[in-house]
Ligand binder design. Structure first.
Ligand code: PEP
Length: 251
């Protein structure tokens, strides 16, 4: 049985005081959630949010990291630096990173491996653009992105990752994939994993859907066999909407 995960990606929103206030409200409201809960504040708010959530089961993630442990990489943050802050999770290869910061499939695979080497759980993102979907290339693109990540990992390492399927055309646009569209790609991702690392790994690995997930569409998505949770942007920025997602069984 895969335990669901609802993850909030705060992107470049929230000052430290705003982040502490939001994390405190989420802490109060998340009790009794049917899923694991994770939030990803900006780098500047990681330490204070970790401290607010200490002693709870709510996990904290960074939104990116470098694959090297240290070095002359101005502006970057490494896995040991995150660990030092007790941040044990990281979102990697988000489409905004791929689109605006030139992240490649190989770079995302390398970062995924580096996170695991440092005992940080990666949520590695994949997703097709609208042009790729409309030209019938969705499965080619997703297969290439997923296989590049899997190629960098051993079987044992693959059991410790989470994959997020986030169609680029659905992120921040209000255009959500239908539960059936999302399920089709999630099932395909699971097949890719099964081919690469076997059915046992494929069955255990969590695959999240991301792209305009809101309280009014979460239940339909979560009812699909291969959707194990959600990676949420916009709706994670307010406590009430995020908590409605966390308690998706009540929607
Ligand atoms: C995201 O940033 O990962 C995301 C899915 O954003 P939104 O929920 O706003 O579409």
């Amino acid at each position: 049985m895969r335990r669901a995960l609802i993850a909030g990606n705060w992107k470049m929103y929230k000052t430290t005081s705003e982040a502490v206030a939001l994390a405190s409200e989420i802490k109060k409201g998340a009790a009794g959630a049917p899923s694991d809960v994770l939030i990803a504040p900006p780098f500047t708010a990681l330490a204070p949010v970790v401290s607010v959530l200490e002693g709870t089961s709510i996990a904290v993630a960074a939104q990116n990291m470098h694959f090297e442990k240290e070095g002359a990489f101005t502006g970057e943050v490494s896995a040991p630096m995150l660990k030092d802050l007790k941040v044990a999770n990281v979102i990697l290869g988000h489409s905004e990173r791929r689109q605006y910061f030139a992240e490649t499939d190989e770079g995302v695979a390398r970062k995924t491996k580096a996170a695991l080497d440092n005992e940080i759980m990666p949520i590695s993102c994949v997703g097709e653009t609208l042009a790729e979907r409309e030209s019938g290339k969705t499965m080619d693109v997703i297969g290439r992105q997923v296989n590049t990540i899997l190629k960098a990992l051993t079987i044992a390492e693959s059991t410790r990752i989470v994959i997020a399927y986030e169609p680029v055309w659905a992120i921040g646009t209000g255009k959500v994939a239908t539960p059936e569209q999302a399920q089709e790609v999630h099932a395909f991702i699971r097949q890719c994993i099964a081919k690469f690392h076997g059915a046992q790994v494929a069955d255990a690995l969590r695959i999240l859907y991301g792209g305009s997930v809101k309280p009014d569409n979460v239940k339909g998505l979560m009812s699909q066999t291969d959707i194990d949770g959600a990676l949420v942007g916009g709706a994670s920025l307010k406590a009430d909407s995020f908590l409605n997602l966390v308690h998706y069984d009540k929607q």
